[in-house]
Design a binder for this molecule. Structure first.
Ligand SMILES: NC(=O)c1ccc[n+]([C@@H]2O[C@H](COP(=O)([O-])OP(=O)(O)OC[C@H]3O[C@@H](n4cnc5c(N)ncnc54)[C@H](O)[C@@H]3O)[C@@H](O)[C@H]2O)c1
Length: 381
């Protein structure tokens, strides 16, 4: 068994998602296990952390036994590092990916890949011309609840798909009396913020992965919280939407709705809930749990009563689908696929092409919002 040491630059290593998901839940455990077995070999990551805050970066790198630098260009010049992962703020992404591709690094990127389909396609062309491998984070289908829905789909549980409702979000404080739970760039156009570009890339592969291609969308957006205070205590006007809803029509004829908001207070089973209706049955999943109701189990409801509340427990009429599913962290699943792709050329389903289609849904929503009309999902060859 040969061990290949694979140098990986993690840009945004001290950010929320870089530190928690890419490092603590994925690359650091792979390192601690002595690398990832691939075929008869092992791929052992060798990490270089890049971020802006030197003190924070140094502390994180020393704890992880990683190299570090605040100088991205210097990191990209180092031939000992073949892979570049971008987990830094969204607005920086096209520029840093372009530099990494030019330096000949294989790239693994957070979403959204770029601020537009056109920009994403340009990055793909650059990556292909330079001959580097590429991957894009698409982690949500690895959530246990959505794995259960996928299993039901595979078994034909739903029959013909009729429709769906995907609801996501919670209240993000404005930072005035209670600290905001998300970074301020999420609420600034200049930072690549807005719930549509942040969340709809996920909803593209979730919806299409479970129910097939999206044909068109009709979207609306609103800004619930208009003033916020950032990490430095400075107040700023929010210039992007924190609420973005869409009607969705699928190629198969099923229709659905996506509700996404950081200006809503949760009264539902989970932070993300996806409900799918089919001719043979329905299922609803949260992040972890999934419940089903076959057509034969549906109650025969004829009318509602305006005078008496019968106290019906509608949720109690569902059966939990609790078959065990993979407990591996979805980010780690993505990293393992990418490491196999880089080392052994194994297929990478979530590559830049997938990342481009993810942006296409967000872009279609924005087109629909500005034209106040349905917007088609583009066809990609
Ligand atoms: N896949 C997912 O579910 C998921 C979830 C959250 C965030 N993300 C994505 O991950 C990325 C980071 O999000 P986050 O929530 O971790 O943000 P964050 O603000 O916590 O971290 C961003 C990182 O970028 C760095 N950074 C910010 N501005 C910079 C600048 N001007 N120059 C250099 N570095 C800069 C910060 O130092 C930090 O390390 C975003 O693109 C976001 O869309 C993905």
């Amino acid at each position: 068994m040969a061990t290949r040491t694979l140098g990986i630059i993690v840009h945004g290593a001290t950010g929320r998602i870089g530190a928690a998901q890419h490092l603590a839940n994925s690359l650091l455990p792979i390192c601690a296990e002595g690398g990832l077995p691939v075929g008869g070999d092992r791929v052992m990551p060798r990490l270089m952390f890049v971020a802006r805050n030197e003190a924070k970066l140094k502390a994180a790198a020393e704890l992880a036994g990683a190299a570090w630098t605040t100088d991205l260009d210097a990191a990209l010049c180092d031939p000992a590092y073949e892979v570049f992962c971008d987990a830094a703020a969204t607005h920086l992404r096209p520029r840093v990916l372009e530099k990494a591709i030019a330096a000949g690094k294989h790239i693994y990127t957070e979403k959204p890949l770029a601020p537009s389909v056109r920009e994403g396609q340009r990055l793909l062309q650059l990556a292909e011309a330079r001959g580097v491998k590429h991957g894009a984070v698409e982690d949500k289908l690895g959530l246990p609840g959505l794995q259960k829905l996928a299993r039901l789909v595979d078994r034909g549980f739903f029959g013909r798909m009729i429709g769906f409702k995907l609801e996501f979000g919670w209240w993000i404080f404005d930072g005035i009396e209670t600290p905001a739970q998300r970074p301020s760039w999420n609420y600034k156009k200049s930072g690549g913020g807005g719930v549509i570009f942040d969340m709809y890339p996920h909803w593209r592969y979730v919806v299409e992965g479970l129910m097939g291609p999206i044909r068109r969308v009709a979207a609306v957006a609103a800004t619930g919280t208009r003033e916020r205070v950032d990490e430095a205590g400075q107040s700023y006007a929010v210039d992007v939407e924190d609420t973005g809803h869409a009607l969705v029509e699928l190629e198969c004829g099923a229709v659905g709705v996506i509700l996404s908001s950081w200006a809503t207070r949760v009264r539902r089973d989970d932070l993300v809930v996806l409900h799918i209706d089919g001719t043979e049955g329905s299922a609803q999943a949260g992040l972890h749990r999934c419940f089903t109701q076959r057509s034969t189990e549906a109650p025969s409801t004829s009318a509602f009563s305006v005078s008496v509340d019968p106290g019906t427990d509608y949720c109690g009429q569902w059966r939990e689908f609790d078959e065990p599913v993979s407990g591996v962290n979805p980010y780690r699943v993505g990293w393992e696929a990418f490491l196999r792709h880089v080392h052994a050329g194994e297929p990478m389903a979530s590559d830049l092409r997938a990342g481009i289609r993810d942006i296409a849904l967000a872009e279609a929503c924005h087109r629909s919002i500005s034209s106040r009309a349905w917007a088609d999902m583009p066809k990609f060859s």
